[in-house]
Design a protein around this ligand. Structure first.
Ligand SMILES: *Cc1c(COP(=O)(O)O)cnc(C)c1O
Length: 430
């Protein structure tokens, strides 16, 4: 595979952009080699600068559930472009998108649009703190909630010790109010609330985790999430930036049958354009300015192009209900991958929920951060590179979710499986 033009682009990019990329995973540091630069995308496929074609399993890290350039989204954007693309003055599209979100998420009574998932989680946490008058926040190790200071905290050695910053540039004082607990550990949640319950404003969680690779919650953990915070007057925040409109139209909460106090959205609701949203109980959301004392604002929030792409995407999801197709297709793909790995004698765990999945190079089930970290990232790197050489673009790190779209059909699934047969053989030989 000739990557000459992409390599030249990377050399040029590195002179002007840190690491050559605008988001770190794109630099391929976790898997080695240099990324391809995209020329264009269509349906399930990407074309790079050198004319190589790839089946896209990244799909912009989740937003493109309809694939690239779905005709309904393209024509919605065409129409929006004719009118204007930013006003800082209200438009009715914003109401339409708020109503579309509410109709899919019964727990959301009021919702505010922002520009990214990071803004959504940061704002939801601020509202929870404003509403409860408390400072502490519980999150779970391995869950990613964007890059706001107080959310960039992993575990210290003790599960319930006060967090220490995960990123340079985050003062320890900023992270001191973030309590990190192990995912899928209801006892740890119980114990933390027993000692610090009346200081905790909220628990924020990825209800199905995508950001340590795909991991599902146990029923006991889900029950604890529903019961424990509420018993102590704390709010439950579901970060559904990835899972919202992905695992089902009503997100993880519709599948798990949970009504969180606040929900964060992003990704799919912008149809591939920059967006985020946070919403939930009206009494909580009414704390936000101009109604209440919690300040949150945005020059480009509710941007007409993002809103148009998001509305078009949600419209297609509502009328076509592609979730059974996505679930079945992804289920068959994952079974195929597991079979191929078994034939080659390569131990893997395939975790999947709906159309998001992760192939962990791991002999044991992956149920939390610790078990995820036991994966063989070197083997993943070999697998990744061979898949890429065979024309399949996976997320370039072991601890990410891969995605399917409605544009992924029989041809694409066949291409992925035949590439995987070669890639598992490479892993075995490596
Ligand atoms: C992607 C993601 C975010 C961050 O969204 P950005 O738009 O990248 O800021 C937050 N939470 C979860 C669960 C995500 O998957």
């Amino acid at each position: 595979m000739d990557l000459k033009k992409s390599m030249e682009a990377m050399t040029r990019a590195e002179l002007s952009i840190p690491g050559g990329v605008n988001s770190p995973v794109r630099a391929h540091r976790a898997v080695g080699g240099s990324p391809f630069f995209v020329e264009k995308g269509q349906g399930a496929w990407l074309v790079d600068l050198d004319g190589n074609r790839y089946v896209d399993l990244i799909l912009a890290y989740g937003p493109l559930i309809l694939g690239h350039r779905h005709p309904v989204v393209v024509s919605a954007l065409d129409e929006a472009l004719k009118k204007g693309f930013s006003y800082g003055v209200p438009t009715t599209g914003e109401i339409d998108l708020a109503e579309a979100v509410k109709s899919a998420f019964p727990s959301i009574e009021k919702v505010r649009l922002v520009n990214s998932g990071t803004e959504a989680t940061m704002s939801a946490v601020r509202v929870a703190r404003g509403f409860t008058g408390r400072s502490k926040l519980v999150k779970f190790t391995g869950c990613y909630h964007g890059h706001a200071d107080h959310l960039l905290v992993k575990a210290g050695s003790g599960a319930t010790t006060f967090g220490s910053p995960d990123s340079a540039g985050v003062p320890a004082e900023f992270a001191a109010h973030t309590l990190n607990l192990p995912y899928n550990d209801p006892e740890a949640l119980d114990e933390t609330f027993d000692t610090l319950g009346d200081e905790i404003a909220a628990v924020i969680v990825e209800p199905f985790v995508g950001n340590m690779g795909v991991v599902s919650p146990t029923p006991e953990f889900v029950k604890a999430l529903c019961d424990v915070p509420r018993a102590h007057g704390a709010l439950l925040i579901f970060d559904e930036v990835m899972t919202g409109f992905r695992v089902g139209r009503g997100g993880a909460q519709s599948i798990l049958n949970v009504k969180p106090d606040l929900t964060c959205l992003g990704k799919i609701i912008g149809g591939g354009l920059p967006v985020g949203a946070y919403g939930g109980r009206a009494d909580v959301m009414d704390c936000v300015a101009p109604l209440g004392p919690v300040y949150q604002a945005g020059t480009l929030s509710g941007n007409p192009l993002s809103v148009a792409a998001g509305l078009a995407t949600l419209g297609v999801l509502e009328t076509e209900d592609p979730y059974p197709y996505l679930d079945e297709t992804c289920g068959r793909l994952c079974e195929g991958l597991a079979d191929l790995a078994r034939e080659e004698g390569v131990p893997i765990q395939v975790n999947r929920i709906g159309s998001m999945f992760t192939v962990f190079f791991n002999e044991q089930p992956v149920t939390d951060y610790t078990s995820a970290m036991a994966s063989d990232t070197k083997r993943f790197g070999v697998f990744f590179q061979e898949m890429l050489a065979q024309g399949v673009s996976l997320p370039p790190a072991q601890f990410e979710a891969a995605f399917l779209s409605i544009a992924h059909g029989t041809v694409e699934m066949g291409a992925v499986l035949s590439a995987a047969a070669a890639a598992f053989a490479k892993v075995r030989e490596a």
